[in-house]
Design a protein around this ligand. Structure first.
Ligand SMILES: [Zn+2]
Length: 286
């Protein structure tokens, strides 16, 4: 079964966990590591002939256009991770629309292809910001992968359909949704899709959980950030202890775990997986 391999292309100083101690205005002063770390991921995928979807932050695309070009030239799908990593539910619909449009136009100009996929910063499409899905439809997106179907302090839409599906918005528009994968186990929902959870759980557990999903006939999405491949990244000592725990936990184990994951499962772009499920009207595949 083909699963979606995805990367949220941002640098370590963009993350929400550090937003309280690193202001947006100061981002330009950091030494960027995103290009080198993305190259590491591209090489790992290339070795195995795997294609993935890269949700690129507009801020990164603006300053490092070579990153978008290299990803696209290697045959991967370019998708949008918004412009400035703002939480959707802290924006007005007008602000969200303006930033979303700008980021999409920028990426399309750089890769010379239509960009149809979107992932919100920190999965911030929640019950408070479902209006954003209507704006994504208006702006020409065909799929979203921002809904985390469980409870969390920063994100989550408990009760949301956990499988890839066609979502009908409040205004009646349709958009494919690939929610962040969780494994239902009894009454529990276990987040197994990547990022901090991939670093938290022993690899054997992650593999078991993802195999459970595939055995149940469900494709999963896996997500990773370039900075998770970079144990030597500078430390942000000013951040609170929970944020530091979440960001730095098992970073040194991550590249090796990812190697194993890429060998153990079959992956493709999110667009291809959704098309195979007949959830992308513009790309019907077999
Ligand atoms: Zn992000």
């Amino acid at each position: 079964m083909r699963n979606a391999f995805t990367v949220d292309v941002e640098d370590y100083f963009h993350v929400e966990a550090f937003a309280r101690v690193i202001s947006r205005d100061s981002w330009g002063g950091f030494h960027a590591r995103v290009h080198a770390n993305t190259a590491t991921l591209l090489e790992m995928l290339d070795q195995r002939g795997i294609r993935g979807t890269f949700f690129v932050l507009g801020w990164v695309a603006k300053r490092h256009p070579e990153v978008v070009r290299e990803i696209s030239d290697a045959g991967h799908e370019i998708a949008s991770h918004g412009l400035n990593h703002r939480l959707v539910y802290t924006q007005t619909p007008e602000e969200f629309q303006r930033e979303t449009r700008e980021a999409k136009a920028l990426l399309e100009d750089q890769c010379q292809k239509r960009v149809i996929g979107y992932r919100a910063a920190t999965y911030s499409i929640t019950r408070k910001s479902l209006w954003a899905l209507d704006i994504l439809c208006e702006e020409g997106f065909e799929y979203d992968s921002s809904i985390f179907p469980m409870r969390h302090d920063r994100y989550g839409l408990p009760g949301a359909n956990p499988r890839p599906h066609m979502f009908t918005t409040e205004a009646g528009a349709c958009l494919a949704e690939f929610p962040i994968s969780v494994l239902r186990y009894g009454v529990a929902k276990i987040p197994v899709a990547g990022g901090g959870y991939f670093r938290l759980f022993p690899y054997g557990f992650t593999r078991w959980a993802l195999r459970q999903l595939n055995r149940r006939g469900q494709e999963f999405v896996f997500y990773i950030h370039p900075w998770e491949m970079d144990p030597a990244q500078p430390r942000v000592h000013e951040a609170d202890s929970l944020s530091r725990f979440r960001h730095y936990l098992n970073l040194e184990r991550c590249p090796q775990r990812l190697d194993r994951l890429l060998d153990d499962f079959t992956f493709d772009t999110m667009g291809a997986v959704l098309a195979q499920r007949n959830l992308l009207p513009s790309r019907s595949e077999g």
